[in-house]
Design a protein around this ligand. Structure first.
Ligand SMILES: [Zn+2]
Ligand SMILES: [Zn+2]
Length: 390
C-alpha cells in the first residue's frame, strides 16, 4: 500500500473495531503530552499524524476507501478533518474540546477566551514600619495606611463606562479567531480584544479605562514581642488587589526599631551602664537599676573592679516566637570626679595619705620577700632574662 500506514500509526490490527481504534488513539495522544515529550516540535508532528490516522480510521466510509485504495483513495483533499472527532474523544476525559486540548498540549495559542480574563493574584507589597524600642520588646498593634492598586469600583475592572462596551469587531464577540494550520483549523485568542469579545468605546472616567485605581487602605499590623531591625511581618491579603476576582497579594511589613536613649540592644539582651563610686567598688554596696521590666537592685561585692558587668538573667527582651527572655547586663562605670565638694575633697586628701602609706609599706614588703625567697633582687632576675651584664 502506498502512503502512510494509519493502522501502524495507531498501533492497531487491520481488523480492529471502532472502539479499539478510539482507545488506541486516546492512549497514544496522551503519550504525546508535552510533559512527557521535551521535543515539542516532534510531539506536535506526531500528534498531527496520529490525528490524521484517527480521522480516517474512525470514519467507516473513509476507512473503507483507505482499506481498498490506500491514501490515494481519500481523494485530492486528503483527510477531511472534523474537529468534532476530537471533542468526542477528549470531551469524555476532561478536555473542554479542541481548543482546550491544544492549549494543554501545545501552549496557550489556542487557549479559550476565558484564559485572557483569568483571575490573577495581586502583587505583594513591602512597607517599612518604624517602632519604638519598647514596642519592639513587648509587641504592639498598629494601623498603617498602605497605598495599593485595586479593581476600579466604578467599572468593576472592565475599564469601560456604563454601556461603553461594544462587541469586538475583529472576532464578532467570539473572543477568538480561527486560522488554518496545515489541514487543521485552529482557534486562537482574538488579539484585538484579548479574548474578551468586547471592545471599550467609552472608557470609565474613574480609572480612565485602566480598570484599576490607586487606593489607600488601612491595615492592622500585629507586631509580636521580640521583633528586631529587619524582622518581616507578613499580612496575608494585605497586598495589591487581585484582578478578575483573583485574591489580593500579601503585605510584608519590615520592622525598623528606633534606638533607646540609654539601653543598647544585642539580640534579646539589653545593655546598660550605671555609674558607681570608687568607695562602693572598694567597700561593696548596692545600686538600683532600671530594666524593661521595672526597677531592680544590683548588689556590688566589696573589691569589685571598674567595668565589671553584672548579668540580670531573664530581664531582657522576650524571645521572638518563643518562651523566655534575654538578659539585662549592667556595666559598672566608675569615673574620677572632676569637681568635689570641700568636705569630700578633705576626705579624699586624708584617704590619699593613708593609701600612700599603705602602698609604700606593701611595696617594700614585696621587695623584701623577693630577695629572701630567691636570694637575689628582682632587678637581677630581669637582667638574667634579657641577657644584660651584672
Ligand atoms: Zn473604572
Ligand atoms: Zn475580539
Amino acid at each position: 500500500m502506498a502512503g502512510k500506514d494509519y493502522y501502524n500509526v495507531l498501533g492497531v490490527e487491520r481488523d480492529a473495531s471502532a472502539d479499539q481504534v478510539k482507545k488506541a488513539y486516546r492512549r497514544r495522544a496522551l503519550e504525546l503530552h508535552p510533559d512527557r515529550n521535551p521535543d515539542r516540535a516532534d510531539a506536535e508532528e506526531r500528534f498531527k499524524e496520529l490525528s490524521e490516522a484517527y480521522a480516517v480510521l474512525s470514519d467507516p466510509q473513509q476507512r473503507a476507501r483507505y482499506d481498498r485504495f490506500g491514501e490515494a483513495g481519500l481523494g485530492n483533499g486528503g483527510v477531511a478533518f472534523d474537529p468534532s472527532v476530537f471533542e468526542d474523544v477528549f470531551g469524555s476525559f476532561g478536555f473542554g474540546g479542541l481548543e482546550d486540548l491544544f492549549a494543554q498540549f501545545f501552549g496557550g495559542a489556542a487557549g479559550r477566551a476565558r484564559t485572557a480574563t483569568r483571575a490573577r493574584r495581586g502583587a505583594d507589597l513591602r512597607y517599612r514600619l518604624e517602632i519604638g524600642f519598647e514596642e519592639a520588646a513587648f509587641g504592639t498593634e498598629l494601623k498603617i495606611r498602605v497605598p495599593r492598586s485595586e479593581t476600579c469600583p466604578g467599572c468593576h475592572g472592565s475599564g469601560a463606562a456604563e454601556q461603553g462596551l461594544v462587541t469586538c469587531s475583529t472576532c464578532g464577540g467570539q473572543g477568538r479567531v480561527a486560522y488554518q494550520h496545515g489541514f487543521m483549523q485552529i482557534a486562537r485568542t482574538c488579539p484585538a480584544c484579548r479574548g474578551r469579545g468586547q471592545e471599550i468605546r467609552h472608557p470609565c472616567e474613574e480609572c480612565r479605562g485602566r480598570g484599576r485605581i490607586d487606593a489607600e487602605r488601612t491595615v492592622k499590623v500585629r507586631v509580636p514581642a521580640g521583633v528586631d531591625n529587619g524582622t518581616h511581618v507578613r499580612i496575608q491579603g494585605g497586598g495589591e488587589g487581585g484582578a478578575s476576582g483573583g485574591p489580593a497579594g500579601d503585605l510584608y511589613v519590615e520592622i525598623g526599631v528606633r534606638p533607646h536613649e540609654r539601653f543598647h540592644r544585642d539580640g534579646a539582651d539589653v545593655h546598660d551602664q550605671v555609674q558607681v563610686g570608687f568607695s562602693e567598688l572598694v567597700l561593696g554596696g548596692s545600686v538600683d537599676v532600671q530594666t524593661l521590666h521595672g526597677q531592680k537592685t544590683v548588689e556590688i561585692e566589696a573589691g569589685t573592679e571598674p567595668g565589671t558587668v553584672i548579668r540580670l538573667r531573664g530581664e531582657g527582651i522576650p524571645l521572638l516566637g518563643r518562651h523566655g527572655r534575654g538578659d539585662h547586663l549592667v556595666h559598672l562605670i566608675a569615673r574620677p570626679p572632676r569637681k568635689l565638694p570641700r568636705q569630700e575633697r578633705e576626705l579624699w586628701e586624708s584617704l590619699r595619705e593613708l593609701e600612700q602609706a599603705r602602698l609604700r609599706a606593701e611595696r617594700s614588703r614585696d621587695a623584701e620577700s623577693a630577695k629572701t625567697s630567691e636570694g637575689r633582687g628582682l632587678f637581677d632576675k630581669v637582667k638574667d632574662i634579657f641577657g644584660g651584664e651584672s
